[in-house]
Design a protein around this ligand. Structure first.
Ligand SMILES: *Cc1c(COP(=O)(O)O)cnc(C)c1O
Length: 396
């Protein structure tokens, strides 16, 4: 057996859709010594993170709760705060991530109603409308929506889902998972009528994995207050207000907060609108390259609706080659980390992450490495994919 090397020179290009590349300023901030719990710098640090997250989610009203956990932890936090065992939530099926969230919710004793899953397509708001209409007694407490399903790389239309809920005048809360889309795709918590938003730090927010958060508006807080489910660590009520020890149900994750504050500051210095525009621009360059690769007949976008293609990640289905081989060659020959297929796409697809702290040469480098890998493996592809990506970048 050939041993993979234990060191690769140069930068490793991290093109997984989370964790993403962490800017040096964020790493540096995280390497500072911890503070004692009464240090006067601690409360402003927490407030800066809460306010910064509110600005990025575009909410003035919602309360922010930060957890030292990953995104899965906040899935649990949201459910245990909003729904008691025996109550119902509606999960909009988007694939792997909605499925995982639904299974976790069921494991907590909450009943889950699912909309039909259509591979390759975003959420159809009509399915949500129909499921809520069928719920004549208003038993559904919340509708769970994943804005971008990171497995399929499909982004759904959250305002259209809100409009569908409003058409049937159902009181369910709208809960949106923006783990893979925040600080990459447009998102407007207040303007879109979202009641709860949940995210994690290691994707568009450019931090190492280990911290996640949610924001709940007054309606959601009210539902949580009336919810009898047993809870403690995740409980929003216990986490409201000072002191900081209470807000985190224990010691605040100071190093992470320091990193997050710097990451948020970087996003604001670039300008949130510019961050969104940059992600759109890079995504279009990636899509331009994939379109050319697809001309060889063995490569396809999983997403069947071009306008629903994610700006964060692109899932590429491939015939005739094991996607793990693509990842291995890209890693070993080009020092580029790609992601594999998840859930229904396991063994069928690989993914290029293109979110977070990225510049155009990083995107072009990744695309060149994928092209080189495909050529090495004799996968038939159209010619000129990198030129097409450059043209796409220059056209904007
Ligand atoms: C990554 C991801 C999660 C899970 O986050 P973890 O931090 O891995 O637990 C949840 N939802 C979406 C859409 C994701 O992309």
């Amino acid at each position: 057996m050939r041993q993979p090397p234990s060191h690769y020179p140069g930068l490793r290009f991290l093109h997984s859709p989370g964790p993403t590349h962490v800017p040096k300023a964020v790493m540096d901030a995280m390497s500072e010594q911890p503070m004692d719990m009464a240090d006067e710098r601690l409360d402003p640090l927490i407030a800066d993170c809460e306010n910064g997250l509110r600005a990025i989610m575009r909410t003035n009203e919602a309360e922010v709760f930060i957890y030292s956990s990953n995104g899965h932890g906040v899935w649990e936090a949201v459910t245990v705060n909003l729904a008691a065992p025996g109550q119902k939530v509606l999960v909009a099926s988007t694939g792997h991530f909605s499925d995982s969230w639904a299974l976790m919710t069921e494991a907590m004793g909450v009943e889950v109603v699912r909309t039909p899953y259509r591979e390759g397509y975003p959420i159809d708001p009509a399915d949500i409308e129909q499921a809520l209409k069928a719920d004549a007694k208003n038993e559904i407490v919340a509708v769970y929506v994943v804005q971008t399903d990171t497995a399929s790389s499909i982004t759904s239309d959250v305002p259209a889902i809100r409009a569908a809920m409003d058409r049937v005048d159902h009181p369910a809360l709208l809960v949106v998972d923006v783990v893979a889309s925040l600080a990459a795709a447009p998102y407007e918590m207040d303007a879109w009528g979202v009641d709860v938003t949940l995210g994690a730090a290691q994707k568009g927010l450019m931090c190492p994995p280990g911290m996640a958060f949610c924001a709940a508006n007054a309606r959601a807080i009210e539902v949580a207050q009336a919810n009898p489910a047993h809870r403690f660590y995740w409980d929003w009520k216990r986490r409201r207000g000072a002191p900081s020890y209470k807000k985190f149900c224990g010691t605040p994750p100071q190093s992470f907060l320091q990193g997050l504050r710097v990451a948020i500051d970087l996003l604001h210095r670039e300008g949130l609108d510019n961050v969104i525009t940059r992600h759109r621009r890079f995504a279009e360059a990636v899509h331009a390259a994939v379109e050319i690769w697809a001309q060889g007949g063995q490569i396809r976008f999983v997403c069947q609706v071009p306008s629903a293609r994610s700006v964060s990640v692109t899932t590429i289905e491939i015939d005739g080659v094991n996607p793990d081989t693509i990842r291995q060659v890209a890693r070993e020959q080009f020092n580029v980390s790609l992601a594999g297929g998840l859930g229904p796409f396991f063994g069928r697809a690989f993914r290029i992450g293109h979110l977070g702290d990225l510049s155009a040469p990083m995107v072009l480098g990744c695309l060149s490495a994928v092209e080189g890998t495909l050529r090495m493996l004799n996968v038939p592809i159209g010619s000129g994919a990198i030129d097409a990506a450059l043209d796409s970048l220059n056209a904007q």
